[in-house]
Design a protein around this ligand. Sequence first.
Ligand code: DLL
Length: 433
Amino acid sequence: MFFDEEFETLPREALEALQLKRLVAMAKRVYATVPFYKKKFDEAGIKPSKIKSLKDLRRLPFTNKIDLRDNYPFGLFAVPMEQVVRIHASSGTTGKPTVVGYTRRDINTWAELMARSLAAAGAHKNDIIHNAYGYGLFTGGLGVHYGAEKLGASVIPISGGNSKRQIVIMQDFGSTVLTCTPSYALFLAETADEMGVDFKKLKLKVGIFGAEPWSERMRDDIERKLNIQAIDIYGLSEVMGPGVSIECLEAKRGLHIFEDHFIPEIIDPKNGEVLPYGQKGELVFTTVTKEAFPLIRYRTRDISVLYPEPCKCGRTHVRMERVSGRSDDMLIIRGVNVFPSQIESVLMNIEGVEPHYLLIVDRQGTLDTLEVHVEVNEKVFSDEVKNLQSLGRRIEKEIKDLLGVNAGVKLVEPKTIQRSEGKAQRVIDKRKI
Ligand code: DLL
């Protein structure tokens, strides 16, 4: 089903002409309004007026998460603050979050693209959308919310957590569409089971899951346990939030990228070279309609493949394979993006703690767990047990305060964490997704 059939099925030639027109306009705008881009363009020796074809995109410089951090919080905004009506944020690589802004028109575009996404997953006006993505700085909750309203569906802004109540509401309100992370969907299935509620008796027909990696195996599991169709949705705060791409219900093979707003490329993460369709590499996006926070060739660090073959749903937009990994060390734990460097920054500010640690990520049942093993120095280690315990609790609290994730901290004896000769291995991810 389409929300905006004309644009979703634009013939390739017309789509590319539109992309080029928008790209040139956007390059001119960022060159004139954002000193960071002006400098980068000048260094690369390219003027926006020299962009004559989509191929010229590869002459433009990349933008990285580090550039966002260096311009924290609003340095890359391309409009004055009086035009910014919303701010969201996601995890940065250190203590500071990545901050993004939206004008009124950006919010409207996002709502439209989310409405397209919901429609692609089979949702329409008559649906009751149970939105269990978190509301707040995270883009999941409000992103889906505005899209659901734009579509004309009834949205339940339940947000995450309080799982028993989620099941009761799904039952009583007759929710037909569930939106949350795939791992939370499985947790809800377990909760329903414990409560003696049978998903087959609920009205739920489809779930739209994303914000973290999942697999075909998990899809089968979710579809069976919740008795629904499970659709993959992708997005990232920097580029917009959820709704950058989504699978269609007809094919469920690859996620259509809304190319009239975002131009995708796949590059070799090692040397930045653009790879042809069909080859695996790092996804890069250029936004061509955003006003407040436009991005030129943003390196997502997500690994995927692009394929242009037409889809049976009729959409002409290129598809990306489900994200299969990252080219950096970001972890997603219970839907929260976590960089090991953030945990390191907590540990290094605590006296008596050594710079040797190990993060062990696992999945117990459907829930991710994080254990932090960290060495303390001799003095601390020979201290009373109760002092050690309170130090452990303090670290747990600081991690929770900074990142919003629950970690179990285990303080270990000096020199017990294995040293490495090369790059230290600081993460063991035991999850079998
Ligand atoms: O997770 C936006 C979102 C919300 C997407 C709700 C889908 C649904 P961030 O918090 O900025 O934004 O995290 C973005 O999450 O770079 C990927 O690594 C990962 N990610 C998002 N969707 C998927 C997916 C939101 N479907 C980061 N599969 C991205 C795998 C995903 N990874």
